[in-house]
Design a protein around this ligand. Structure first.
Ligand SMILES: Nc1ncnc2c1ncn2[C@@H]1O[C@H](COP(=O)(O)OP(=O)(O)OP(=O)(O)O)[C@@H](O)[C@H]1O
Length: 292
């Protein structure tokens, strides 16, 4: 559905923002794009949208490339990106914005009432946008993308400014869209939220994907002990047993619990605090990008 073929892009002030990057994504999935600020996530989405042209490589969407105006128009019917709040028209209502997106992508206006209800916008959708709070605007921007009904949705920092209830509301809609076969490419810094529903999470570094994590995969369970709570000798033994340090904690395969447990005993025989679980996206983030 969406293929990036060996793409590279430089800015005059920053080289290799994207460096020979390739990717192939099918519909029916939620894909997270994660990296620290200024890495190139938005730049990559702008390449997909043809707002920036790579110096090498190409984008293919359903077999089409940006080789002519006619192709660009066809591709743009298949793609919808999350509008920035500055793109909203303050004097128009939310409903007018939704109708505009529906019509621009040739979607069915009859689906709008259900969407407005689903995103709990009934009470304000007919009011002008200048009366909306930050979170209400953000929900409207999301509803506009959903209203487009495009098969590929590019969602840059969609969850910004949403309270926990609205994060949950929006997440449910994302899962519904995924069930309809849409490809949802999400730039997000909200890792626990991505962890809950993304099918794969791509960690970007130095213009490439340094790591791909499949959050729902059966992952090995690790025993996690905070560093600094063990006495120095036992911490060294734990490292000898193969523990790795990630984000201020030592991780060791939980299959080694019999060897590890004696090292966790305090002088009174009680155990130091530890937890067992898979590595989280936050742990992976620290592995790829290091500590703050
Ligand atoms: N139009 C531009 N001209 C020059 N440099 C740019 C341009 N757009 C982005 N950059 C630079 O490219 C790098 C990547 O920017 P980008 O906005 O893609 O990062 P990001 O990963 O989306 O960051 P954030 O999480 O802060 O949104 C940054 O160093 C930025 O300064």
């Amino acid at each position: 559905m969406l293929t990036l073929n060996d793409i590279s892009l430089d800015f005059p002030t920053k080289k290799q923002v994207i460096d020979h990057l390739s990717l192939a994504l099918d519909g029916g999935q939620i894909v997270g794009l994660v990296a620290p600020n200024g890495t190139g996530k938005t730049t990559l989405l702008r390449v997909i949208l043809n707002e920036l042209q790579p110096k090498e490589g190409s984008v293919t969407i359903d077999g089409l490339q940006y080789t002519s105006q006619a192709n660009a128009r066809r591709i743009h019917r298949k793609l919808c990106s999350f509008p920035v709040q500055d793109d909203l028209f303050n004097d128009l209502s939310g409903l007018a914005h939704l109708r505009y997106y529906c019509d621009s992508w040739g979607a069915d206006r009859a689906k709008l009432p259900a969407l407005i209800e689903e995103l709990q916008m009934i009470n304000y959708v007919k009011n002008p946008v200048h009366t909306y709070s930050l979170g209400m605007r953000q929900r409207l921007c999301f509803a506009m993308v959903v209203a487009s009904d495009a098969p590929i949705m590019l969602l840059d920092e969609l969850m910004n400014g949403l309270d926990p209830v609205n994060v949950e509301l929006v997440s449910k809609v994302l899962l519904r869209l995924k069930g309809q076969g849409k490809l949802l490419l999400m730039v997000s810094h909200l890792l626990p939220n991505l962890e809950a529903y993304a099918d794969q999470v791509l960690f970007m570094q130095d213009g490439r994907f340094a790591l791909t994590v499949l959050p729902k995969d059966a992952r090995p369970q690790f025993l996690r002990v905070a560093t600094g709570v063990l006495d120095g000798a036992n911490e060294a033994k734990l490292r000898m047993l193969g523990a790795t340090e990630i984000g201020g904690a030592l991780f060791i395969d939980s299959a080694r619990v019999a060897e590890v447990a004696p090292l966790l005993k305090k002088a009174d025989g009680s155990l130091l605090p530890f937890a067992i679980g898979p590595q989280s996206l936050v742990d992976h983030y620290h592995v790829v990008y290091g500590e703050a």
